[in-house]
Design a binder for this molecule. Structure first.
Ligand SMILES: *Cc1c(COP(=O)(O)O)cnc(C)c1O
Length: 475
């Protein structure tokens, strides 16, 4: 009986039939969304109702409808009206590499359990390092997300900069990092996991344009030192998540080198700009960073979750989790780059390198250039439309594909405008024709758009703004 069940679960013919059907269904889904044959980016359902649906489906649902139901009940990232969070519409071929990864299950930490994936990962990360502008001492690896990559980079930084070995001996010393108050919350979280606490997270205020105010670095550093806090790293955002504004990486690099601390660039979103001739300047100074994070699943058309963590000097990455103190010498002689688990936080991971490698092999790195350039161009085009319409106001002139704006109405004060803008965004969500998100900056409620689909164009933006005006008038 049990053996029969197991046989059924591993039946290759069943896999083939379901697989063919699924590819056909997903192709229809793609056509439907990419070509806007259906008008919604999301069919909004309240969480409790969705929960009830799946409870009921497990009991009484028709198994043959399972994949279709899952597909239908998602946010349609391939629809050009999906302009919300920083999650990409994966290039369809990476759906296939995702399938290979899942079925072959060879992404593991040791070479023997992932020969191609470990070698491919090396090829991919070496290539990204050259694009950053690093020399032959550089290197890196792929890991599960920007959040984990930022934590890993800060652990490497602590090991590299401090004289004491906190990994081995723990510490009672007060340690700290410096980071913009606008940085992604995961940097704060990483610092807390490392035991730095409130006092160890030195938040640098931003300029009126939401960029880390680098004029304050000396002062903040000295202030922390006087409190007995030893700062070992500074993090630049490229860009910060809420506003899409890039920190001045050159100025941060200059400060880091003077203070002899680690310079980390959180380029989870915009690190991919290294591929764009037009927008490479947003990342000026990135080549001086000790470590850089770039997400594949944001600006690089890959499925979640795959992140590159790159080091100017790869030896540092070999020893993040090392128990040996005299590591730099001993390890450099026989670096086993092919056992990626030595350097990653996670043990098992997916064969994530094959997404990067396949896009490079099939389309070339021009694909990344085309995508980043198009998306940033559209972010800026959207901001220009907003600026030309007196019903709307930008939070800040965008530097990327992230645009924050709000609807204006005469005679309303800030709090009334805040609640109006929040209502508009909720109405949009429940309506589903467009998917956008929201954020609060300095007490002001904004709607927030991230252009993630290369087929979203200015006509879509005009339609969205007209829709917002109509909603505002009906509220
Ligand atoms: C998205 C993002 C992160 C988090 O990355 P995940 O891959 O979602 O874990 C970190 N930093 C920035 C700037 C981001 O935009």
């Amino acid at each position: 009986m049990h053996q029969e069940l197991l046989k059924r679960a591993y039946d290759p013919i069943d896999f083939q039939q379901k697989g063919h059907q699924l590819i056909d269904d997903l192709t229809l889904h793609l056509t439907d969304k990419l070509e806007e044959k259906s008008d919604k980016a999301i069919h909004w359902i309240a969480p409790e109702d969705e929960l009830d649906f799946w409870k009921e489906f497990l009991k009484n649902g028709d198994e043959r409808e399972l994949f279709q139901e899952i597909t239908k009940r998602t946010t349609y990232v391939h629809h050009p009206h999906y302009i919300g969070h920083q999650v990409c519409a994966p290039a369809p071929i990476t759906g296939l590499t995702g399938l290979i990864s899942s079925l072959l299950n060879n992404g593991t930490a040791v070479y023997e359990m992932g020969m191609s994936s470990n070698a491919i990962e090396r090829v991919v990360t070496d290539f990204i390092c050259t694009k950053i502008g690093y020399n032959e001492n550089s290197g890196g690896f792929l890991t599960s997300g920007g959040t984990l990559a930022n934590l890993t980079a800060l652990l490497s930084a602590r090991k590299a900069i401090l004289k004491e070995d906190v990994w081995m001996d723990g510490t009672t010393q007060k340690l700290g990092i410096m980071v913009s108050e606008e940085a992604h919350y995961c940097v704060d979280r990483a610092a807390r996991i490392m035991g730095l606490g409130n006092q160890g997270i030195i938040k640098i205020p931003v300029t009126p344009g939401f960029q880390m105010n680098t004029d304050l670095l000396e002062e903040k550093y000295t202030e922390a030192k006087q409190k007995g806090i030893e700062i070992f790293a500074i993090v630049g955002s490229a860009p910060s998540t809420a506003t899409g504004i890039f920190d001045n990486l050159k100025a941060i690099a200059h400060f880091a080198s003077k203070a002899k601390i680690w310079f980390h660039v959180d380029g989870a979103h915009g690190g991919a700009g290294i591929f764009s001739k037009k927008y490479r300047n947003t990342l000026s100074g990135i080549e001086q960073a000790d470590s850089v994070v770039i997400d594949g699943h944001k600006m690089m058309m890959m499925p979640a979750i795959t992140t590159a963590l790159l080091f100017k000097n790869r030896l540092h990455s070999n020893v993040t989790f090392s128990q040996q103190a005299d590591y730099l010498l001993t390890e450099s002689e026989h670096e086993d780059w092919y056992n990626s688990g030595k350097r990653t936080f996670e043990c098992t991971k997916t064969m994530m390198g094959i997404h990067w490698f396949t896009l490079l092999k099939v389309y070339g790195d021009e694909l990344f250039e085309a995508n980043v350039t198009r998306l940033y161009d559209m972010g800026i085009a959207f901001s220009q439309i907003i600026q030309s319409d007196s019903h709307f106001e930008l939070a800040v002139a965008p530097m990327s594909n992230i645009v924050c704006f709000r609807y204006l109405e005469e005679g309303l004060d800030t709090s009334q405008l805040n609640s109006l803008n929040a209502k508009i965004r909720q109405t949009l969500l429940e309506d589903g024709e467009f998917y956008i998100v929201q954020t609060k900056l300095r007490g002001i409620q904004y709607m927030r758009v991230t252009v993630m689909n290369p087929f979203t164009n200015t006509t879509h933006f005009v339609t969205l703004l007209n829709k917002i005006k109509a909603i505002a008038q009906s509220i």
